[in-house]
Design a binder for this molecule. Structure first.
Ligand SMILES: *[C@@H]1O[C@H](CO)[C@@H](O)[C@H](O)[C@H]1NC(C)=O
Ligand SMILES: *[C@@H]1O[C@H](CO)[C@@H](O)[C@H](O)[C@H]1NC(C)=O
Ligand SMILES: *[C@@H]1O[C@H](CO)[C@@H](O)[C@H](O)[C@H]1NC(C)=O
Length: 383
């Protein structure tokens, strides 16, 4: 047998029987040699349109649903070279991969034409794109996922994403210096958005308050140059990552208005020394707090963790914190696990206490700590 591309010969028949299945020759190829005639006859009416797979690209049709009633065309034009754009794509293309093509610019005339209107996902990662304009993606009316990671973008023009119903934007590993977070606000505001801005050179994040609040759910700002917690007030964030920024301290009010936040990561902030009392007070929904790898952070007072009523997981591994406040379990009523030092895991357990004549059997919540070998860790970790 010849290697087939994820399609059995049974699929091939199904594919051949559908009119205008322009990708059939690619998918079924030589295995269906004896059907070549038949194939050609069926395909003939389709030739002459842009529906053929462009040379060098690889087209794949995935069908699903009852009787294969739905199909999704993926076009992979990665690693070909910058002459590939503008590339004609089949009419019903959902996914286009233009990664690793040494592209330096990309504009709307390269992203226009049949097939582009229906595009749901576009991968432009690992190019050399230094500039986009506010109209570059304006023809992509159905685009949900845009990958611009590993490029050389320094600025993003206003409204560059506002024409598409995006739900995922990857801008990681670029050279962005400043960003106006309102750029992610869409007209409809229906869908929630995941934005990856990690590994850029962002030192400021600006807000234009007259504009609408972007509906960002997950925001990754790790590996930037932020010295302060940016003002993200009112954005319905559930996940926020500020790892690896030159943040020195967190102050009361820094997380104001982030009442939906579930996961906050503040790990690897070299030079991070101070958490002010009541810093996390507003984070009523927070379940996971990562403060790991902050060697300069030496203490955690009850006032600092005040208000974290939903917190279940606290990561302090690799931090300078070597002991926990005695009242910790009272301050963190929902806590399940705390990681400390090197691989020391503390779990909340309930111990049966002594029998009291008035109260009956008392239950006592304790933290029991173990290291990787399973033994109970010695003081000062034991509370
Ligand atoms: C897009 O870029 C190409 C190549 O640089 C250029 O020929 C074309 O005129 C540009 N189109 C627009 C609308 O700017
Ligand atoms: C955030 O970005 C960092 C660095 O690129 C990455 O390691 C991490 O997995 C990202 N977090 C999420 C949730 O994607
Ligand atoms: C805590 O953080 C460290 C370092 O970032 C990581 O390796 C570890 O998996 C984390 N532990 C938990 C329980 O999340």
């Amino acid at each position: 047998m010849y290697p087939l591309q994820r399609h059995s010969s049974k699929d091939c028949f199904g594919c051949l029987l559908k009119p205008c299945s322009y990708c059939c020759p690619l998918l079924c190829g030589r295995t269906m040699h004896f059907l070549a005639w038949f194939n050609l006859l069926l395909l003939l009416p389709c030739f002459g349109t842009t529906k053929t797979c462009f040379p060098g690209c690889h087209c794949e049709v995935e069908t699903f649903g009852l009787f294969d009633s739905f199909s999704l065309t993926k076009v992979d034009c990665s690693g070909i070279g910058s002459h590939i754009v503008p590339v004609p794509i089949p009419l019903d293309t959902s996914y286009l991969d233009l990664s690793s093509n040494r592209l330096e610019t990309i504009n709307e005339s390269m992203l226009t034409g049949p097939g582009y209107t229906t595009l749901v996902s576009l991968d432009l990662s690992y190019n050399k794109i230094a500039k986009i304009s506010s109209t570059t993606f304006s023809k992509l009316r159905y685009l949900e996922s845009l990958d611009l990671s590993h490029n050389s973008l320094e600025v993003l023009p206003e409204n560059c994403f506002s024409s598409s119903p995006l739900s995922d934007i990857d801008l990681s590993n670029n050279k962005l210096l400043d960003i106006a977070i309102d750029i992610f606000a869409s007209k409809g505001q229906g869908k929630s958005l995941n934005v990856d801005l990690s590994n850029n050179m962002l030192s400021t994040i600006t807000r234009h308050h007259e504009k609408s609040i972007p509906n960002i759910q997950n925001l990754n700002l790790s590996g930037n140059r932020l010295k302060f917690v940016p003002n993200l007030q009112g954005i319905p964030l559930r996940y926020l990552n500020l790892d690896g920024n030159p943040l020195v301290k967190v102050e009361k009010g820094d997380f104001t208005g982030l009442k939906d936040l579930i996961h906050l990561s503040l790990s690897g902030l070299h030079g991070f020394r101070e958490l002010s009392p009541h810093s996390f007070k507003e984070l009523q929904a927070l379940q996971v707090l990562d403060l790991s790898n902050n060697p300069s952070l030496k203490s955690l007072s009850p006032e600092v963790i005040f208000g974290l009523n939903s917190l279940q997981e606290l990561n302090l591994s690799g931090s300078g914190i070597s002991s926990l406040p005695k009242t910790l379990l009272k301050c963190l009523p929902s806590i399940k696990s705390i990681t400390l030092g090197k691989d020391i895991q503390c779990l909340k357990t309930i111990k049966e206490g002594q029998y009291h004549r008035q109260i009956g059997l008392t239950k006592k919540e304790v933290l029991s700590c173990h290291d990787s070998r399973g033994s109970v860790a010695a003081a000062p970790y034991v509370l």
